[in-house]
Each structure stands twice: as C-alpha cells, then as structure tokens.
Design a protein around this ligand. Structure first.
Ligand SMILES: Nc1ncnc2c1ncn2[C@@H]1O[C@H](COP(=O)(O)OP(=O)(O)OP(=O)(O)O)[C@@H](O)[C@H]1O
Ligand SMILES: [Mg+2]
Length: 450
C-alpha cells in the first residue's frame, strides 16, 4: 500500500487518462476524505455527480464532505431530497442524523439515527448516541465532528444544480456506435425539417412533434439525444421529469412552461425529456388531479399552444413506456416511438472503437471483442474499457513501465460485465407478450425472437 499522498497522486494520474471513470473518481474522493482533505473530496464528488446525478457513492461522499467541513445546510439540502425520494442507503440516514444534530434538530436527528441503525445495525455509533442523549437532555454537546466552523448563513446546494441548463455538446453522430435506424429517423423527422423548413411547409406539413425512445438502461438514449444537438450545432437542454416534480412541487406546470420557453428562446435547441414515464407514474398516486394537470400542460407545450416550437427539437426517453399515457402517442406529439435495443455485433465493435479512441492501445482485435460482448449495453462496454484501463494503470504503477492496452486486457475486463439490460428484458417481455395493444412492442418481441 503506497503512502496516502502517492496513492492520491496515482489516482489523479489515472483519472487524467480516464476522466469519465466514475468509480475511480468516487474512489479518489473517498481516499481524500480518509486523508482529512474534505474540501478536495467535495470537488471530486461534485464532479462525479455532474456526470451521474444519482450516483449513490458520490452522494454519500458529498454528504460526508459537507458535514466534515461544517457545511450543514448544504448537507441537509442534499440529504433531505434524497431521503424523501425512495430508498436511500442506511449511511445516508446516518449522515442525515449527524447533519440534523449539527443543525440543532435533535428529534429529527434521533429519527434519522434510528432509521440508519434499523437498516444496518453495524452503523451503530456510540459517540453519536451520546451526543443525541446530551442534546435531548438540553445539554450543550461538543460537536463530535471536527472541521472549520459552520459558515454563517449557510451555503445551499441542491441536486440538480440547475433545471434545464443549456449545454453545447461537442459530440455528434460519429461518436455514437450503431443506432443507425434511430439516427436515420432523427435525421428525417427532426434534423431535416429544421434545416429545410420551406420544403416541409410547401407540403403543408406542420413542423413539430418529437421522438420518444425507450429501452433498457445504458443503451445510448441520453447519449444519442446529446449527439443530436452536437450534430446540428444546436443547444441542448436535458430535463428529468423527476426534477420537475421534486423540485417544484405545487408549481410544476409553471416550471415546465419555463423550460419550454427557455428552449424556444434558445432555438435551435434540442429539448430532451428523460424519465417521461414519471409523468404517468405520478398520476396514479394520491395527487391524481395534480398529475393530470401536469400531463395536460406537457401536452399543450408539445403542441405549441399559444407559442411557436419552431427550432425546438423534442426528444424524450423512458425505461418504462408501459406507464405512458396514450395521449402522448397522438400525431404531432411523440408519433415516433422507437425501441433502443442493446447494440448488435457491428454496433458493439463500433462502440469499442469509439470508447478506445485516444487511449494507448496495442493491436486490438475489435471483432473478437464484439463477439465476446454479446448482451452488453453501450454502458457495459464503457465500464469494461474503464476497468481494463484501471487495471493496466495499476500494473504500470507497480512495474514502473507503462504498456498499452491489449485485446486480452479488454477480454479479461469484459468477463466481469454487469449485463445491465438483462433485468429490463424480464419486465419488458411480459408487457410485450400481454399488453401489446396496437403492436407497440413488436420491436421487443422481434428482439427477443418471440
Ligand atoms: N451507441 C453508443 N455509442 C457510444 N457510446 C455509447 C453508446 N451507447 C451507450 N454508450 C455509452 O454508455 C453511456 C451510457 O449511455 P446512456 O446514458 O445514453 O444510456 P441510456 O440509454 O440513456 O440509459 P438510461 O435508460 O439508464 O438513462 C454513454 O454515456 C456512452 O458513454
Ligand atoms: Mg438516459
């Protein structure tokens, strides 16, 4: 085990080679935390979250980094949203207990601590219990967590930092392996009308409507949307429906309208809606009528009611198309609903080439890699390459001799792939077999050869 500073140095070096390697970045953050450098750790975790906003390890690390620096309100802002959403890990409850205690909210801290220990008894922390009891008795407990004094006024920080921020993606269709049918559809339905509005008008075709992509995780839906913007040198706005729902409870409609207005003001612009099924999921819960209103608002924004959507290219994605309202499929809205399957063999080869571009490689047998990665998503391929780079780097640090990546390194890394699409197909299969009204899931059936 090298001394911590060396370790940090070599981790930074590895990240320099593979800046998109999330696992590595989060690991660096954790090492920095253990080394007492929570300010630098905070930077790494933030960066990781900007790449993957729901990364559990990064969120936990950031919460800890905030707490250790005395940024209590930032820690609470981060944790409260997370705890409210579903099923956070036990450690999130533990940090929420600490942050609440630092904030003087003893009973909330106790509740969070009970949740943490209930979920994972190994998290029991006698020092924290002592502080909790001291607080409950009205004493003035010493803060157990060291760090600079809490900033006055408190910094607030939320995930995501900015709903509907405008980006200018640098990638284009040549960075996307495979997906030829989708690219063609996007060219025809979205790019061509944008570049030649006069032809479409001459035929009396209303410009507008969007493409909805669905499929298993990690197969390039978000990536392709971003590349579409780069392809036409347009701006890119990505909006997670969960963000709209969570951040602006009670005024979701207004904010959805603002998102569309911002896109219209920045045309040409790709407006990408992620997790659109959340709109429908919301509808079946207690706030039924509120959900309906939001759907209606969304649909009339799509229709461009009272506004002009010209130059706004609308793409959307979901993992759960079966939760979507049928109204989304009307002409002029998402009249193209396209399945995004895991990449086939030629596409996998192309993705390996794209992901390995710019990395130090020896002679690579791409066909062999493509054959060995049957069932992988694009994200699985990327993870395998990141894993191989990391292993190679460790080897180079030990031996002091860097050597390029070879086919066998990649094959070895591919052995530990996650097959992240597998679970999705188990669910999708049932919908395709038993709720295939109008043949909407024929593509899934064809893919599964059913
Ligand atoms: N066709 C592809 N070509 C190149 N890289 C790809 C491709 N598909 C996926 N990737 C890589 O995998 C990563 C994950 O893909 P992406 O986020 O687009 O998946 P997704 O379909 O949106 O998944 P989810 O449903 O979980 O949101 C991308 O950032 C990219 O690095
Ligand atoms: Mg996505």
């Amino acid at each position: 085990m090298p001394p911590p500073d060396d370790l940090i140095l070599s981790l930074r070096e590895a990240l320099g080679l593979s800046p998109g390697n999330l696992a590595l970045r989060v690991h660096l953050g954790e090492v920095l935390l253990r080394n007492g450098n929570s300010a630098d750790a905070e930077k790494e975790f933030r960066q990781a979250l900007s790449q993957s906003p729901s990364h559990e390890g990064a969120k936990l690390g950031l919460a800890e980094a905030f707490c250790l620096q005395g940024k209590t309100s930032a820690a609470l802002a981060l944790l409260e949203g997370w705890l409210a959403q579903g099923n956070p890990p036990a450690r999130a409850w533990l940090w929420a207990a600490r942050a609440n205690l630092d904030d003087g909210k003893v009973s909330e801290a106790e509740r969070c601590y009970r949740m943490a220990v209930g979920k994972d008894p190994a998290l029991a922390d006698p020092a924290l219990e002592l502080r909790l009891r001291g607080g409950a008795e009205g004493g003035n407990p010493e803060p157990a967590l060291k760090g600079p004094a809490r900033p006055q006024g408190g910094e607030t920080w939320e995930i995501p930092p900015d709903l509907g921020a405008l980006e200018r993606p640098a990638l284009d269709f040549s960075d996307v392996g495979g997906m030829e049918k989708l690219k063609e559809e996007i060219r025809h339905k979205i790019i061509h009308p944008l570049e030649h509005p006069e032809i479409h008008r001459a035929y009396g075709k209303k410009i507008g409507g969007g493409i909805l992509m669905y499929g298993p995780p990690g197969c390039g839906k978000t990536y392709l949307a971003r590349a579409t913007a780069g392809q036409v040198k347009a701006g890119f706005m990505s909006v997670g429906i969960h963000e709209v729902l969570n951040m602006y409870l009670g005024q979701s409609e207004r904010n959805l309208h603002d998102v569309f207005e911002t896109a219209r003001g920045n045309a040409p612009c790709v407006l990408f809606f992620d997790e659109v099924d959340a709109l429908a999921a919301n509808r079946s819960d207690m706030r039924q009528s509120a959900g309906r209103q939001l759907i209606n608002q969304f649909l009339s924004e799509l229709d461009g009611v009272g506004s002009d959507n010209e130059g706004v290219l609308i793409l959307a994605a979901t993992n759960a198309p079966w939760h979507l309202d049928a109204a989304f499929r009307r002409p002029g809205r998402f009249d193209r609903i396209l399945f995004v399957p895991p990449p086939d063999e030629p596409a996998r080869e192309a993705i390996f080439r794209i992901v390995l571009k710019g990395k130090p490689v020896a002679d690579i047998d791409y066909q062999k890699l493509a054959r060995a990665s049957e069932g992988f998503s694009g994200a699985d391929i990327k993870a395998a390459v990141d894993g191989a780079v990391e292993a190679k780097l460790r080897e180079a640090i030990q031996s002091g001799k860097p050597s390029p990546l070879a086919t066998r390194d990649l094959l070895a890394a591919a052995k530990s792939a996650r097959y992240s699409a597998k679970e999705w197909f188990a669910t999708a299969r049932n919908y395709a077999l038993y709720s295939n009204q109008g043949g909407i899931y024929d593509d899934i059936l064809a893919y599964l050869k059913l």
